[in-house]
Ligand binder design. Structure first.
Ligand SMILES: [Zn+2]
Length: 127
């Protein structure tokens, strides 16, 4: 049996479904609608995973996990929503993925607060 450490809670579990244990996957399932709602309520703003974690007062790793597991991508790819909304969600998924990539790149150092500030500054455009 292949036991690995859950990257969210740190417990050992059998790695049948990736890097996250079923308990945490259940939590992510609960969390996902709330994140989606949060994003909908703030649809005029640009977000990265840090903004979402901070805005919702949740662990950034849970937001990262949602992105990595494709929750937000899956939502973006679903038909039915208007083209505009779909584009926006695709854009969001791209932004989130990009912020994941950049935080992975700077894993050796503490995550940089400076780029975070720049991104927030850049999202200040309003209608
Ligand atoms: Zn876990």
């Amino acid at each position: 049996m292949n036991l690995i450490t859950c990257r969210l809670c740190g417990r050992l579990f059998s790695a049948a479904r990736g890097k996250i244990c079923s308990t945490c996957l259940d939590e992510l399932d609960d969390l996902y609608p709330k994140v989606r709602e949060f994003l909908r309520d703030h649809s005029k703003e640009a977000f990265n995973v840090e903004d979402i974690a901070e805005g919702m007062d949740i662990d950034i790793r849970q937001v990262q996990a949602l992105v990595e597991l494709g929750y937000l991508d899956r939502d973006a790819g679903r038909g039915g929503a208007g083209d505009d909304e779909r584009r926006r969600k695709e854009e969001l998924a791209r932004q989130l993925q990009a912020s994941l990539d950049s935080s992975a790149a700077s894993k050796t150092s503490e995550r940089t607060v400076s780029t975070y500030g720049q991104e927030r500054y850049g999202s200040g455009r309003k209608k």
